[in-house]
Design a protein around this ligand. Structure first.
Ligand code: SF4
Length: 273
């Protein structure tokens, strides 16, 4: 956190908690850190994507764990925020080219911002680990989305009308180390897998990178370092494009085009019904 100046003393931090090992371990670590430094401004925010049979277990885990470690928890859903959940979006999408995880990721980023703003937080912390980060880099690289690569440098930048910052305190920690930590600390976590996860190339990339790591220990960390250097180099041009960012004509939020990705997705889904 110190390396990338992620937090300052006056920050109010909203932790995006899904019920998985990474986010619950992050909440646990931050809670301890905040107690040690006499800080109180920590809340959990949780999104229900509206995926039948998937979120029920994790919502209960989040509620129980937050009450156990005495952290305020706030839950909202895609249905509340956007008028439909993922199950409905999957039924209404015009083609499989609109993949589950790209829709879900678009909604989740916006949902987290809205929820963080609603609880008065100025920082959003998520449990993304080194493996997640590397997979996301590869996905952006393979889909030609260089703009997103700009935003992957771990030092947070302020964005949006309320100057939110996003931080990923576990970005340099391997996934298996977090599992180990969670088990050691008796942190409960969700076992159910999302039924839509196999639509994403992420699962294949995860397996590929883990296979490489098995034969060449440290290769994921080397790749992470290269990725960080590339994203840092691209960040300057990203800052330029941010200064040109517009307001979405439909919702008024920041957007690189005239309509933001959330509104575009909602419009496509509405048209196809
Ligand atoms: Fe959403 Fe994809 Fe995660 Fe399922 S696997 S919760 S669809 S991002």
């Amino acid at each position: 956190m110190q390396k990338f100046s992620m937090l300052s003393h006056s920050d109010k931090v909203a932790v995006g908690v899904s019920g998985g090992k990474d986010s619950l371990a992050l909440l646990y670590v931050l809670k301890k850190f905040f107690e040690e430094h006499d800080r109180t401004k920590l809340v959990a925010i949780t999104i229900d994507e509206g995926i039948h049979g998937y979120r029920d277990e994790s919502l209960q885990i989040v509620k129980d764990f937050c009450s156990q470690i005495k952290v305020e928890t706030n839950i909202s859903s895609y249905k509340d925020l956007f008028g439909l959940g993922m199950d409905q979006a999957m039924q209404e999408r015009p083609s499989e080219k609109m993949t589950s995880c790209s829709m879900c990721g678009t909604f989740r980023r916006r949902a987290i911002d809205i929820m963080a703003e609603s609880v008065g937080a100025n920082v959003v912390a998520t449990g993304h680990n080194l493996d997640d980060h590397l997979q996301t880099f590869m996905i952006n690289l393979l889909s030609g989305d260089t703009e997103r690569i700009c935003w992957m440098y771990p030092e947070p930048v302020q964005y949006g009308p309320n100057g939110l910052r996003k931080v990923k305190p576990f970005v340099e920690i391997y996934e298996h180390e977090i599992v180990f930590y969670a088990v050691l600390r008796d942190i409960p976590f969700q076992s159910e897998e999302c039924p839509y996860m196999h639509e994403s190339i992420r699962t294949e990339l995860r397996e590929f990178l883990n296979k490489l790591e098995t034969g060449h220990a440290g290769i994921k960390y080397n790749a992470y370092n290269s990725m960080t250097k590339i994203s840092k180099m691209l960040k300057t041009s990203s800052m330029r494009s941010l200064s040109h960012s517009k307001e979405c004509l439909a919702c008024g939020r920041n957007s690189t085009g005239s309509i933001c990705s959330v509104c575009k997705t909602l419009q496509v889904l509405a048209k196809s019904t």
